[in-house]
Write a protein that binds this ligand. Sequence first.
Ligand SMILES: O=C(O)[C@H](O)[C@@H](O)[C@H](O)[C@H](O)COP(=O)(O)O
Length: 243
Amino acid sequence: MIALPPNTELTADAEATARAAAEHLLAIAESAPGERVAICLSGGSTPKRLYALLASPGFVERVPWARIHWFFGDDRVVTWDDPLSNVRMVREAFGHAAPVPATHLHFIPSDEGVEAGARAYERTLQAFYGGERLDPDRPLFDLVLLGLGSDGHTASLFPGKPALAERSAWVAPVPEAGMEPFVPRITLTFPALASSRSVLFLVNGAGKRDALRRLAAGEDLPARHVESAGRLTWYIDREAAEA
Ligand SMILES: O=C(O)[C@H](O)[C@@H](O)[C@H](O)[C@H](O)COP(=O)(O)O
């Protein structure tokens, strides 16, 4: 077994990860201090099952859909119908069963290009938040969901890229991705991701072992720099955790 990050919940498999994360999300939504619940979604393939689960019988009736506003931690700068689009992935996973009010899915305007899209999304977040400065005592999100790339990236914060150093902007352009798909990205920055009552990493599969090993060895990988205004939890399945 790899030495796992603090606050790791070890799960049996990817399905158990999705179910644990769904229950965690519901608990966060129920405990949200405000009327609105702000959840920042991860892209990639890992969270697809979680999103589909939320829209499935047994969960769909438990999710307070009318209160939740869905945001994105990053997206690829492609059209929304592109198979690489995270907003397409979320829409497909939620399907028609999830009654998401149209104004509650705040997707990244990737059609505006990498620079303008980043600026536009920052305006979206600031309008929702009601200010341009993040107050440590008033997190932007109730929950941030994140994945872990095999190179240790998270969101679209890749090793060695300028967005890692961004400490004032909430959203950054990523003209050159550090891993496939090699398309431009738009990503939330570390300060924006940290402004959350709860942060969850979902990590499944043997492909993540090396990144977990490198984190355990103290390597300075982007995922190491994610913080939370509240609790940061890792849901890691057994296959990823095997040495
Ligand atoms: O847009 C993205 O690709 C994600 O935000 C990215 O950070 C993802 O979470 C990791 O690359 C893990 O991806 P998988 O879940 O597909 O392994």
